[in-house]
Design a protein around this ligand. Structure first.
Ligand SMILES: [Zn+2]
Ligand SMILES: [Zn+2]
Ligand SMILES: [Zn+2]
Length: 267
């Protein structure tokens, strides 16, 4: 753990985190659903697929590019994107990758993509035209960088990945100084808990109140946050089944609240 504590002592750039999406794989509202959440007029009950933007003064990173990636880049007015980091290869986290073409067009550079091996396999399988020997003009230009649980740096932002579990699938969580982002987990080993401890702000997935085979439900997420004594937590990857934003927030203890799209936090 010595190396890790040294890493945390690195002077960290000021960061701005933008919640680009806080919804589960179907998004909220869900197509064709008439429930009270899906028909709520509250903008906080509208959730694109889960993703965040991490920005320093000089570097911009997105975590995951789900099916809403294009809308999210437009809504957050992102003009420059230095890299994409992936948590895991599920469709609601990778489907939007094709739209990096716009950034390729303006920079004339490939997009730097950081992903573990299982995620890279899916990216290559699902976007084969981007990796063909003879490429059709205008396909996405992608430079794959392999990550695991070793720290790495993008621009001036040090990134500390660690492993969490999504049923049987390993998912990468990421620590950025005082801030930690975890989505699509339902189990976290003791070693990873050590990586998370000391975070001032945590983003953690909480799907709904009922149990789920591969996601924390609300009570499991709350118990984990309390066990790790994190001062401020925002829940993400939320289903319409959880309930309306304002109703659920009113039930939560101080220091734990639901994330919502376009929420911005700064360190
Ligand atoms: Zn997901
Ligand atoms: Zn609904
Ligand atoms: Zn998933």
């Amino acid at each position: 753990m010595k190396g890790y504590s040294l890493f945390l002592n690195v002077s960290y750039p000021s960061l701005k985190i933008t919640f680009l999406g806080t919804g589960t794989s179907s998004g909220v509202p869900m197509i064709a659903c008439g429930c009270e959440v899906c028909t709520s007029p509250n903008p906080r009950d509208k959730r694109l697929r889960s993703s965040i933007l991490v920005e320093s003064a000089t570097t911009t990173i997105v975590i995951d590019t789900g099916p809403d990636f294009r809308c999210q880049m437009l809504r957050a007015n992102v003009k420059k994107l230095d890299a994409i980091i992936y948590t895991h290869p599920h469709k609601d986290h990778v489907a939007g990758l094709d739209d990096v073409r716009a950034f390729n067009f303006f920079t004339q550079q490939p997009m730097e993509v950081y992903a573990n091996e299982i995620t890279q396999e899916v990216i290559i399988r699902e976007f084969p035209y981007a990796f063909a020997d003879t490429k059709y003009p205008g396909v996405p230009e992608i430079n794959l960088n392999t990550i695991d649980t070793e720290p790495f740096t993008i621009g001036d932002i040090p990134v500390r990945p660690f492993l969490v579990w999504h049923m049987k699938m390993p998912v990468l969580g990421f620590r950025f100084g005082k801030f930690t982002y975890i989505t699509d987990a339902n189990r976290i080993d003791e070693m990873a808990k050590e990586m998370i401890k000391g975070s001032e702000v945590l983003v953690l997935n909480a799907l709904r109140k009922e149990p789920h085979i591969s996601h924390y439900n609300l009570s499991e997420a709350v118990a984990l946050v309390k066990e790790m004594r994190i001062p401020q937590t925002y829940l993400t990857h939320i289903s319409h089944q959880l309930g309306k934003h304002d109703d659920i927030n009113a039930e939560l203890s101080p220091g734990i609240e639901l994330g919502y799209d376009e929420l911005v936090i700064k360190f």
